[in-house]
Design a protein around this ligand. Sequence first.
Ligand code: GLU
Length: 349
Amino acid sequence: MAPRDQTEQADKAARGRLAPSPTGPLHLGNAAALLLAWLSLRSSGGTLVYRTEDLDSGRVVPGMADQQRRELEWLGLDWDEDDTLGGRHGPYLQSLRGQRYEAALRRLDAAGLLFPCALSRRDLAGIASAGSAAGDSAAGDSAAGDSAAGAYPARLRPDHNEPGWLEGILSGEDRDNSVRLCVQNEVMNFDDLVLGPQGDNPALASGDFVLRRRDSLFAYQLAVVVDDIEMGITEVVRGADLLASTAGQLQLWHALSDREPSWAHLPLLLNDAGVKLSKRDGGLELASLREAGVSPERLVGWLAGALGLRPSAEACRPAELLNDFSLRSLVRHNISVSNAAMNELRAVS
Ligand code: GLU
């Protein structure tokens, strides 16, 4: 067994994660974010965890988790802990971590931070539009006043919770209620390693968000925070599409942990219509680029050029980008991936 101070030393080292959802093949946008998470962690010499975010069973594609892993290996990425390599913080599949999410809900409930909710999204939208029609938003309820559409305003919380309410939901006896977090009306500040100082009040952005859905699925917001805490993650490097979730996640971190990670929100890759790449943008998946003859070096080089890591798109391996890598030197704007650029990439490979 390692001497105590060595173990503590190891615990203090950086820990990052690659956390794809196996809901479709990885595309160029996923590759950019995962490459940067890899570079960030590998350039500081810590441990990289591979977590399969397969919570949403209805959207998970059978076999996709393995396919994604092979695609990332093809790209030249590696990691240190996952469900086959093992590690101290497993299981590394969210679908196997339900008991941990339940334990976190019980802790949050003991702290008085949860309540049951039978309202659907549509109910909330109806309440919001009825409220604004009645001029309700000017009534000095600041959390509800400027809140985003669909946000759950604190004024709707029940006065008290019935004894045993949470166990009723967790056991499946109560199928009518989701579990929501009492979000504090507070601006959460953090220094983003790419975007600089950020501040956001989740009471306005999301209101009291759902941690366990009525259909019994644990919400992404709960699972990602519980896993990052329990897996000892010290840096969260992910696409800027998740920036809006960070303030709410920080409140969960504060409720469940005495530390918080560093955050880096990365530029997004956009399609010709200016929309974030998704699996609907056919031809930009790693698998189809590979089939079209694009080499991983060509792809990594193209990404490095587009992200501002290198002055040109010269072909390279991920490891060649480690020298002097800094998230601070990334471009701050989103990146358009025109069909023309991709055709060029296919042609020169
Ligand atoms: N599984 C999420 C995704 O594929 C990432 C979640 C996160 O990084 O917080 O977009």
